[in-house]
Design a protein around this ligand. Structure first.
Ligand SMILES: NC(=O)c1ccc[n+]([C@@H]2O[C@H](COP(=O)([O-])OP(=O)(O)OC[C@H]3O[C@@H](n4cnc5c(N)ncnc54)[C@H](OP(=O)(O)O)[C@@H]3O)[C@@H](O)[C@H]2O)c1
Length: 287
């Protein structure tokens, strides 16, 4: 029988657990020093079940580390100006340290208008144009949680990014774009791909690090992966399926994130940590 290589799994669940433990220590310090409990406000518009589940999970993680969460639920049919007004109230509320507007926000709401009401220091989900600009420039900010969580995973597994060729498939404002910027700032050479990209398989074949953020189940085929590449699957599709053909990629890859248990838990842990950090800065507690 031929001896086949099999990639090592990048355990996002375990790393997220350690991160949450560290966040809990930060929360205790903020409470002890300033008598303040870090608080995340979540805003959910409409009745999308998946979005409601995500918000519940995020609120549960807040509780787990001793933080507070405040849930604002708005009905389908909420207008852009109503949503903007609600976000503005949270922005002005000193007891709220982080604001998360759960996306997707139902059409025809202009979600960008609502995001832009979040002040940078409360933008713990990294959705504003100001935050994205700061991320591109490598300035302090709370970057979008999924790419930030992926960078943590890459650091944890000592993935060499300096001079590496990284490919990011997907260019959304919350995932592909900030991901590409963070990799560039870590000295990688980055190819950013999207639905109009030509010859995607051959581009992927040249990459040392592959980040799949497409939103299409098993889109990235195992045969595209260069031997020894690191494969990060940010995708989350129905039935616990990622954007990468996991079984096919296991053999060529050196490291790979499972779905579930890879990027997903890191996203939430990053959000929770950002909220504690935001609270610390707002109340002047050095961590
Ligand atoms: N684990 C987590 O916590 C987490 C968080 C957020 C998102 N996700 C997952 O990550 C994935 C991406 O999310 P998103 O919000 O970034 O999605 P999105 O806004 O729908 O963006 C998808 C991107 O993929 C590109 N794309 C679509 N078809 C393509 C093709 N045939 N070839 C190359 N690129 C193609 C699109 O290109 P165009 O720009 O040209 O349309 C777009 O840039 C989804 O599976 C989502 O569920 C996971």
């Amino acid at each position: 029988m031929p001896i086949t290589n099999s990639a090592k799994l990048m355990d996002g669940r375990a790393l997220a657990r350690r991160m949450l433990e560290a966040t809990r220590v930060k929360v205790e310090k903020i409470q002890a020093s300033a008598g303040v409990t870090p608080t995340l406000a979540t805003v959910l518009v409409g009745d999308d079940r998946a979005s409601a589940t995500y918000v519940r999970m995020k609120r549960k993680r807040c509780e787990d580390v001793g933080m507070k969460s405040l849930a604002l639920e708005l009905p389908l049919g909420t207008t852009t100006s109503q949503l903007v007004a609600e976000v503005k109230k949270l922005a002005d509320d000193a007891a709220v340290h982080g604001i998360l507007v759960q996306h997707p926000v139902p059409a025809p709401i202009d979600k960008r208008a609502a995001f832009e009401m979040i002040p940078v220091d409360k933008d713990v989900d990294g959705v504003t144009s100001a935050t994205l600009g700061r991320v591109i420039l490598g300035m302090p900010a709370f970057p979008s949680c999924t790419p930030a969580g992926i960078m943590q995973l890459l650091r944890e597994y000592n993935v060499e990014l300096d001079g590496a060729h990284a490919i990011v498939i997907g260019r959304s404002p919350i995932l592909g774009r900030p991901m590409a910027s963070m990799l560039i700032n870590a000295q990688a050479t980055v190819t950013l791909c999207h639905s109009r990209t030509r010859s995607l398989p051959s581009l992927v074949r040249n990459a040392d690090v592959v980040i799949a953020a497409v939103g299409k189940p098993r889109f990235v085929r195992g045969g595209w992966i260069k031997v020894g590449a690191v494969v990060i699957d940010a995708g989350y599709n129905e039935g616990n399926v990622g954007d990468v053909d996991f079984e096919g990629a296991l053999e060529p890859a050196s490291l790979i994130t499972p779905v579930p248990g890879g990027v997903g838990p890191m996203t939430i842990a990053t959000l929770i940590d950002h909220t504690a950090e935001a609270a610390a800065r707002q109340v002047g507690v050095p961590l």
